[in-house]
Design a protein around this ligand. Structure first.
Ligand SMILES: NC(=O)c1ccc[n+]([C@@H]2O[C@H](COP(=O)([O-])OP(=O)(O)OC[C@H]3O[C@@H](n4cnc5c(N)ncnc54)[C@H](OP(=O)(O)O)[C@@H]3O)[C@@H](O)[C@H]2O)c1
Length: 302
């Protein structure tokens, strides 16, 4: 099996570095190897590589920047996935693509279902929805996994920001009126690998496709998540974490208040689910501790 991975330097894409290479040849691409804003380059690259699975983790994921760069955002989040889907269809390959809770307005009071009506509040959400819709009309065999509140031990994300800010702040103001299920990229990557293994052992045409929600189980506010992060960070000075309202924060894009996704369809279809958010957080904090202790023992660069 040959897998073409996009976004391999990103939060989620970089988690696939430990992908089992004994059963799959993995072609990892970042924006330097494959510019996904160039339609002709995508078509050429995919036709040369001839993958049987395409895992598309690349995205314009900065929600605030998207409000001012809607054309770049739509190129990466809407055009590129559709071209990948068309090329996957041509090769009879499976496309695994990631979407987001931001396709919803967040006005519900119970977890969103895949069948719920999308109504994005921001450019990023609109671009991801356009990507989903384009993939659906390409007739490709595609699995679209809607994620939410993802973070990892590396890169720029909520968890890393809280750990950084805690070092020099006595008080942090964190939104307490948004609710979601923080999900580690490691958990999403492991689930994706499991799906790829299931696909390789299944009859292609019988493998389930379509949109599925995939997040950690449980729920928490950003404020509660910040408190949990700090509680699991021994040795770190603990600033006061003050609950605040989203409107008070300086973000540019409108954000849905309620971001919980029901993962029941995924569980019923594939027979497994992601661990609760707190367990995932514990694993990521452990990974950060290991990274920090490796950095401490590593000889200084001269
Ligand atoms: N972040 C979240 O909270 C969140 C929530 C829900 C869903 N999602 C979805 O989850 C998926 C993974 O997100 P993530 O947080 O891992 O994203 P990320 O860390 O921002 O990584 C995105 C990657 O996209 C690549 N990229 C940017 N411009 C490109 C171009 N012109 N051509 C090719 N590649 C390009 C970048 O590659 P280089 O580094 O090589 O330039 C970057 O590494 C995305 O589909 C995202 O929409 C994210």
């Amino acid at each position: 099996m040959r897998i073409l991975l996009t976004g391999s330097n990103g939060q989620l894409g970089s988690e696939f570095r430990t992908l089992d290479r004994s059963t799959a040849e993995v072609i990892s691409t970042g924006s330097r190897e494959l510019d996904l804003t160039d339609e002709q380059e995508i078509r050429r690259y995919v036709r040369d590589a001839k993958p049987s699975v395409i895992i598309n983790t690349a995205a314009f994921s900065d929600m605030d920047a998207a409000e001012r760069n809607w054309d770049a955002c739509f190129a990466l989040n809407a055009m590129a996935p559709v071209v990948l889907a068309e090329e996957a269809h041509r090769l009879d390959a499976l496309l695994i693509h990631y979407s987001t809770d931001q396709v919803f307005a967040g006005t519900k009071t119970e977890p969103y279902l895949e069948t719920d009506y999308p109504a994005p509040l921001n450019v990023y959400g609109a671009s991801k929805l356009a990507g989903e819709q384009g993939i659906a009309s390409s007739f490709a065999r595609a699995l679209i996994l809607r994620l939410g509140w993802i973070y990892s031990a590396r890169g720029e994300n909520f968890l890393r920001s809280i750990l950084r800010l805690a070092r020099y702040s006595d008080e942090l103001h964190v939104a307490a009126d948004q609710i979601g299920a923080p999900t580690s990229t490691k958990a999403v990557a492991r689930a994706t690998e499991r799906l790829v293994r299931m696909y390789s052992g299944a009859h292609k045409t019988q493998f389930p496709t379509g949109i599925f929600h995939l997040t950690a189980s449980g729920s928490i506010t950003w404020h509660g998540f910040a408190q949990a992060i700090l509680a699991m960070a021994p040795g770190l000075k603990k600033p006061l974490v003050t609950p605040t309202e989203t409107a008070e924060s300086a973000s540019f894009a409108r954000r849905p208040r309620y971001c919980l996704l029901s993962c029941q369809k995924f569980y019923t279809t594939f027979g497994f689910e992601l661990a609760p958010w707190k367990q995932q957080l514990g694993e990521v904090m452990e990974e950060i501790r290991e990274m920090d202790s490796e950095a401490e023992v590593a000889p200084a660069q001269t």
